[in-house]
Ligand binder design. Structure first.
Ligand SMILES: Nc1ncnc2c1ncn2[C@@H]1O[C@H](COP(=O)(O)OP(=O)(O)OP(=O)(O)O)[C@@H](O)[C@H]1O
Length: 414
């Protein structure tokens, strides 16, 4: 494989064809390699006058080296995409990591690749600060399923809109002192919890959006994915998750709710037995039973979601990072937390790696040294060293639009 970048003139093949992409860059293809050619943002004077770079990926590379020894071997890693794409049973992929490392680009490119490989695919953003629309260069806002134009097979996107939901929550609490809250939470399948909190005179808890509401909304969507006909066609669901803290809360919420429901049920039983005589006089016995049944059902759903997050056959969390000490440290903590939660983690994407070069400018040489240090850190990190490492090169243009995502997908997901 040859990869050329910043300081090295681009190489080209004699028998090649050029494809123009949107966003002003082109892909050059020949029998052995594909080159991505773009306008270089900080090209030194030694380069061609147009400032073009080319990143070539040799497609004849054997697919067996999973761990990368050095930056020079950057693009030798493979992701095991064959295994990810195999079978029509639904699988969930969650991509997460520190802010700005390329989670959305990696998630969107994976979704495009799944769709182009015959999977009806849904890509969902649970990040309150969505960037799916920006990444696809299409308007995907609105909190609804939106078809993405471009891929061969159906690809839909969904930006879960917690800010809108939070706003609605505030409105309903202000308007009717609480009853609207139940309707609102009902919409998320969590109304029964509010009912119970109300009965237990914990109404003041409902005056402000509860912590973790964003995650509760995301969980309610996951329940819909599991149960609703609308989502049954999708065989791959890719999550572009929020930065680390949010995501960990999301993954631990079903446990938390399960435990809370358990406590509420116990408390209810105590109250119910103390007041059953009075209640039976007023004919409320049946209502009590209905509420308990509903709580039990909600609890079962939470257990289903919790199991889904931990099911190695259907779910995988892919950690995305960049080669800096700070990002690697956070990824290590994330990976440890995921393991503690028993969430399956197999792959680590190290994004934005400087492609190998025969001669570096001073800036690139320094940057490369830094990246080497971070890569070494991964190799010796007890949490990260066992993961399958996928290295993705830094390219010199923004990854925006389906053609660019397809290009990125072909680099990352091999
Ligand atoms: N390999 C890459 N080469 C060049 N640019 C990249 C690469 N990966 C991502 N980017 C760019 O980095 C920026 C941030 O990427 P992205 O939005 O995917 O990150 P993120 O982790 O989802 O961010 P956030 O945490 O803010 O949601 C975007 O402008 C994207 O085009």
């Amino acid at each position: 494989m040859t990869t050329t970048a910043c300081c090295v003139p681009s190489t080209s093949s004699s028998s090649s064809s050029i494809f123009s992409l949107k966003n002003g860059f082109t892909v050059k293809r020949n029998s052995n390699s594909m080159s991505f050619v773009g306008l270089h943002s900080f090209a030194p004077k030694t380069r061609s006058s147009a400032g073009l770079i080319s990143i070539s990926i040799n497609q004849k590379r054997p697919r067996n080296s999973l761990k990368v020894k050095s930056v020079a071997a950057a693009s030798e890693a493979v992701s095991g995409f064959d295994e990810m794409v195999a079978g029509t049973k639904r699988r969930y992929y969650m991509l997460g990591g520190k802010g700005g490392v390329g989670k959305t680009s990696c998630a969107a490119s994976l979704a495009v690749k799944f769709a182009n490989n015959g999977h009806p695919t849904l890509v969902v953003s649970t990040d309150p600060a969505h960037s799916l629309s920006d990444s696809f260069a299409q308007d995907l806002t609105g909190g609804q399923l939106v078809p993405v134009e471009g891929p061969d097979f159906p690809l839909f996107a969904l930006e879960i809109n917690p800010e809108k939901a939070r706003e609605e929550f505030r409105n309903v609490t202000q308007k009717d002192g609480g009853t609207g809250v139940k309707d609102f939470m009902d919409g998320m399948g969590l109304g029964v919890l509010v009912e119970q909190l109300g009965e237990l005179k914990l109404g003041e808890l409902l005056d402000t959006p509860p912590p973790g509401l964003d995650e509760a909304i995301a969980i309610s969507k996951v329940i819909q994915f599991l149960e609703s006909q609308e989502y049954s066609m999708f065989t791959r669901i890719v999550f572009d998750t929020a930065p680390t803290g949010h995501t960990l809360r999301l993954l631990s919420l079903p446990d938390f709710l399960d435990a809370s429901i358990g406590k509420i049920l116990k408390l209810r039983q105590k109250i119910a037995s103390a007041t059953s005589a009075i209640k039976s006089v007023f004919g409320q016995e049946q209502t009590q039973q209905d509420a308990s049944d509903k709580l039990e059902r909600l609890r079962e759903r939470m257990i289903k979601v919790r199991e889904l997050f931990r099911d190695t056959d259907s779910t995988e969390f892919v950690v995305v990072t960049i080669p800096t000490v700070m990002a690697v440290s956070e990824s290590s903590r994330l990976s440890a937390s995921l393991k503690k939660e028993n969430v399956p983690v197999k792959r680590l994407i190290v994004n934005q790696i400087l492609p190998p070069s025969a001669s570096d400018c001073k800036f690139c040489a320094m940057k490369r040294k830094d990246q080497m240090r971070a890569l070494d850190m991964i190799q010796s990190d007890s949490e990260l060293s066992s993961l399958m490492m996928i290295q993705a090169p830094l390219v010199d243009v923004e990854i925006r639009g389906v053609p660019a995502l397809k290009f990125m997908g072909d680099i990352v997901w091999k």
